[in-house]
Design a protein around this ligand. Sequence first.
Ligand code: ADP
Ligand code: MG
Ligand code: MG
Length: 901
Amino acid sequence: MSKKRVYTFGNGKAEGKADMRNLLGGKGANLAEMNLIGVPVPPGFTITTEVCTEYNQLGRDQVVALLKPEVEAAIANVEQLTGTKFGDAKNPLLVSVRSGARASMPGMMDTILNLGLNDEAVEGIAAKSGNAWFAWDSYRRFVQMYGDVVLGLKPETKEDIDPFEEIMEERKHAKGIELDTEFTVDDLKDLVKRFKAAVKKQTGKDFPTCAWEQLWGAVMAVFDSWTNPRANYYRRLNNIPDEWGTAVNVQAMVFGNMGETSATGVAFTRDAATGEDVFNGEYLINAQGEDVVAGTRTPQNINVVGSRIWAEFQGVSEEERKSRYPSLEETMPELYKELDAVQQKLEEHYKDMQDMEFTIQSGKLWILQTRSGKRTAAAMVKIAMDLLREGKIDEKTALLRLEPNKLDELLHPVFDSIAVRSAKVLAKGLPASPGAATGQIVFFADEAAKFPQSILVRIETSPEDLEGMNIARGILTARGGMTSHAAVVARGMGKCCVSGAGGVKVDYRARTMTIEGKVYKEGEWISLNGSTGEVYEGEVLTRKPDMSGDFGLIMDLAAKFTKMDVRTNADSPKDAQIAKEFGAKGIGLCRTEHMFFEGHRIKAIREMILASTVDGRKRALNKLLPYQREDFEGIFEAMAGYGVTIRLLDPPLHEFVPHQLATQRELAEEMGVSVDVIKAKVDSLEEFNPMLGHRGCRLGNTFPEITEMQTRAIIEAALNLKAKGIDARPEIMVPLIGTVKEFDMQAGIIRGTANKVFEERGDKIDYLLGTMIEIPRAALTADLVAAEADFFSFGTNDLTQMTFGYSRDDIGTFLPIYLDKGILKHDPFQVLDQEGVGQLVQMGTQKGRSVKPDLKVGICGEHGGEPSSVKFCHRVGMNYVSCSPYRVPIARLAAAQAAIE
Ligand code: ADP
Ligand code: MG
Ligand code: MG
């Protein structure tokens, strides 16, 4: 049997069904399913997504030849069901041509309605319906849609004017009218003529009059739209593979524009914003297709309750509401009841909130689409839990219904929804770290406390800015990507950040920023939306997110199914505490260097770096010791009973020394040396490629006294807590090893120091000693390393950097182009590259466990909080993932889903 390319539906029968969405697209599969469950749907057929792939390989002519017999038969079926004839002048069948991929894709082709009309058929429709206005309005719409979408008259950018809209506006102006509905039949006839002339002018060809030619043109245009730039962009953004293709749905028209007993609208079975179980929606009388969402007329609520709330919000009196904006429940009570029954049936059937399209033609209800409705994070959580409580879905299904990344919305402050609507957008950058922030501009990190609520505006941030970033309500940078310093640190802090806002020009000297010629001074108010990347003028009201009880229930459910622990990356007791509240079971990465920037510590560390003798270094390290010990005590205490992985000093030392003359002078004075000595030392730390330079365990191996001091601080802190009855569980982690020898050398120092402290104190504690696997060579020789190590933690930031050979700090110059050209599917620093880097992770884990079966393995890169990467870690068999505190719930949900899947 030859391959089936067309699936018909209509009159309670269908060749497809809901679970065939891969083949029929979401729209097509649901149109078929609705037929099967007795929901009134106009008859039609679906051309499969596979044909789209064939089209891309074989081209138009061959695909038309392949499709022709089946499409002709399917049209004949619709003709028979509707009692009309395609291409007929007296009794024409009109159809819509609709795209429909597996996942809903707003970047795809616009739908074409009323296809099959020409100068004769329009008269036939007019005579048959007894409504010439309706016939010509439909024809006018068809020529416009077909001209725009199939013949390519629609302008590429929003700035350019649609030629048809231009003609419409011109005619309205000439006639002194405002609404499309005010045109007379003669006006509409005139418009059609003008539209066709515009088509001829721009394409050099006459508007096609043959229904079949129209149909094939539209079908091919749907296939073409799969590869248009908008669709490509959307696919990339949402991880939709190019190979999927789109289906094409051809369906008999039903008309909501036939007069006062006709209407069209959209409806939701539950509230998409709050998740509340209330039927709601909007409609318009005597309208077609997307009129409701197009915004040319004010859409009316379908039910009385919604309508009253709307009126109150708009300041419309009850009388005016009833006369000008009545609900469907009031205008067509019987049909409203019917629609209500359908929505209940659909939700009962799909067991999820549905978003439906309906049309009423002369008092008869038709459903044109149903799908799982898009919803806010709050609604997502509430609906899943409500459906679970209503017994409609089970626990696993409830968890799988949730989109882990969306939980983020619930964890950060948000803008007041009304206030943000009237806010003026000044600039747009990357949504680097979600949340809402409003405050006064400061340009220097050490001035962040100048105002009670400040927004730190920088060209870029650096480790020195850490404290200020922590104080500021939000961070705005002109440069840098999603993995820039500002972005990574802000996410870690759960702080709102917009990065890489190219339109912002910062002048540190003048303490101003300029956006589109307008100057903003220090102290002026701005607001940042870290979820959209938008920068607003002035102060926009924010509020705490509503973390309803359902959120906690979801986390409990996740805990029930998960196999992997979620730890956190935290450098302070405060972060550790937040993460613990979100359910983190320990710390997977505590970066000791972040502690070095605070207060007096930076002085001591600088002294250590600048010392020219071992003794000098030891003296400076001795000053650091109490600070470190105190930090560790705080963190161990916050995470009592859980493992705390502490990474020994990692970054290149030049990050800690002053690069400005004034600070260099200050330091010289303090140390009692000349500024030239300082300068010379700073210069000597300069490296061509610091990320591949003197850092990580290379520091500890060249300056063992650093490792000694840090080990001592860790062990002493743990012993101090033990004395207080607090269960501290240190896990000491050596960074950046490439050879087993590098690890062994460090391990020797650590064990030696620990034993010394145990002896001094006459007491002991258990501790683990492990390493990061972040250099490809370490992954390749993981069996050797595992012999000596208690645990592995994959540092996938560096591992990605070194496996790809991309400098994470310089990726901004080529990454956007690579993504654009499809050379890379994702930023590999955000989404773990399972194909390449993932192999190293998998191999490292397997090799490690081949010599030590119970080797503890985790991940601590940025990827530890990214759902697809978390799922990968589950499959590799990791014991835990570690991520920034605010991503802990996301990772927990993703880990549970991985276990269920
Ligand atoms: P989208 O995917 O953008 O929602 P649709 O294919 O659903 O596009 O169609 C756009 C609009 O046209 C919707 O309002 C839909 O209800 C309407 N529509 C589509 N096909 C028909 C039809 N056969 N009869 C009446 N209205 C239709
Ligand atoms: Mg639709
Ligand atoms: Mg690293």
